[in-house]
Design a binder for this molecule. Structure first.
Ligand SMILES: Cc1cc2nc3c(=O)[nH]c(=O)nc-3n(C[C@H](O)[C@H](O)[C@H](O)COP(=O)(O)OP(=O)(O)OC[C@H]3O[C@@H](n4cnc5c(N)ncnc54)[C@H](O)[C@@H]3O)c2cc1C
Length: 377
């Protein structure tokens, strides 16, 4: 069996690792000109389902390394004002596993065949049932199965299910990261909750590595090269629904909305790494009607993109990768045919994927500033 995976994001790479571990031929095609072409270094919180799915796809010999570069995400989820006084609670305390996306991507890339500069433009299902993928700047590739793991703007989805389109929620946010210092370590009660003031919400999260990732890889799995990266604070400012940046930088835009805020919070934004600060919008994809079964399928944000405030997009993409990988391994071992394996994956994925999007949308209003809705006292 040969599988072409479109997109070297977390979902596509995790699937490719699962298949590679079972000896299935898999190639990954990525639109970016190089793996490090874009900064992708924000932290993610994984729940037990997502984390187990990830472990399930990785070779066992890398489990100690994975465990060494993640940390516990236990947070209280407080609502604070701009002077860091408690004004309420967002909900029960939350636990999980914090992982840096860039570190995880480097681990997941190890040993895979990844073709960069390969933007899929379309595909054809051939008479023999296989599928040929076409790319802007590289030769076509033929496989038994094509998996669109190409994110919220998926080119595979546009052909497979053109009626399924991303929806802009209208919510915009500025995101960045700042090296962790003692001053910012003292902001710990703000991590995992939200700080409100001046019509915006500021969300902070700490990424602390038990051992620096590069050092951990050198000790525990020398065949893996992990980036040289230190502890940091990830901050995200959610703007009101008509919020826009104009021509200012992400840092300037955040600071302009923080007049009179606690000096440590202003310092956090002032000391951010400008290259890693940017404006993002929140778009979602809701899985609609199933398409006719065939040798093309989708996973991750390509079919169920959630709002980041739900904290479940990567978890769901990893769950897809593990489930699809297990279904395909069964097919490769002759326990079922390929199309039955894909059908089994899609039936389950549509159900929990749709639920993940609904859950994330339900969680969104708690983070979006609303001048008409007073904050809890
Ligand atoms: C700020 C932020 C914080 C988040 N925090 C969390 C969190 O804490 N927990 C959580 O579970 N989720 C979180 N998420 C969501 C999570 O990041 C995504 O759901 C997850 O990365 C989706 O993975 P994916 O592999 O499906 O898609 P992506 O990671 O988007 O990867 C898609 C890949 O496909 C490539 N591609 C696109 N088009 C083509 C093409 N035509 N041809 C070839 N390649 C193509 C892209 O370049 C990209 O590399 C967060 C998201 C954001 C933005």
């Amino acid at each position: 069996m040969r599988v072409s995976v479109i997109g070297a994001g977390l979902g596509g790479l995790c699937l490719a690792q699962g298949l590679r571990g079972a000896g299935i031929d898999v190639d990954v095609y990525e639109r970016d000109p190089a793996i490090t072409a874009r900064f992708q270094g924000y932290r993610l919180v994984l729940d037990p389902v997502g984390f187990e799915a990830l472990r399930g796809c990785l070779p066992q010999r890398w489990h100690p390394l994975l465990d060494a570069v993640v940390s516990d995400a236990y947070v209280e989820r407080l609502a604070l004002d701009a002077q860091l006084n408690k004004i309420g609670e967002l909900g029960p305390a939350r636990s999980g596993i914090v992982v840096d996306r860039q570190v995880l991507r480097h681990l997941l890339l190890t040993g895979l065949t990844v073709h960069t500069g390969a933007a899929l433009t379309g595909y054809d299902v051939l008479d023999d049932g296989r599928v040929e993928a076409r790319f802007a700047q590289c030769d076509p590739a033929t496989a038994d199965l094509l998996v669109g793991a190409d994110g919220v703007g998926s080119a595979v989805r546009r052909v497979l299910t053109p009626q399924t389109n991303p929806r802009d929620t209208g919510v915009r946010f500025v995101i960045g990261r700042t090296p962790m210092t003692e001053q910012f370590a003292d902001l710990s009660r703000a991590y995992g909750g939200k700080i409100v003031g001046g019509g915006v919400s500021l969300l902070l999260g700490a990424m602390r590595f038990p051992i620096p990732p590069k050092e951990a890889a050198e000790k525990l799995a020398p065949e893996v090269t992990l980036p040289d990266i230190q502890d940091y604070v990830r901050w995200a400012m959610i703007l009101p629904s008509n919020g826009f940046l104009g021509t200012s930088t992400a840092q300037e835009a955040a600071l302009s909305r923080m007049k009179g805020w606690h000096p440590d919070l202003r310092a956090l934004i002032e000391q951010a790494d400008p290259d890693n600060s940017t404006l993002l919008s929140i778009g979602v994809v809701e899985p609609g009607e199933r398409w006719a079964s065939g040798p093309v399928t989708l996973l991750g944000d390509a079919i169920h993109a959630t709002s980041p405030t739900g904290g479940n997009g990567a978890n769901t993409a990893l769950r897809d990768a593990d489930l699809l990988s297990r279904c395909l391994i069964e097919a490769a071992e002759g326990h079922q045919d390929l199309l039955a394996a894909v059908d089994s994956y899609e039936r389950q994925m549509f159900e929990y994927g749709g639920e993940a999007v609904r859950h994330s949308l339900a969680a969104l209003p708690a983070f979006v500033p609303n001048p008409e809705r007073p904050e809890p006292a």
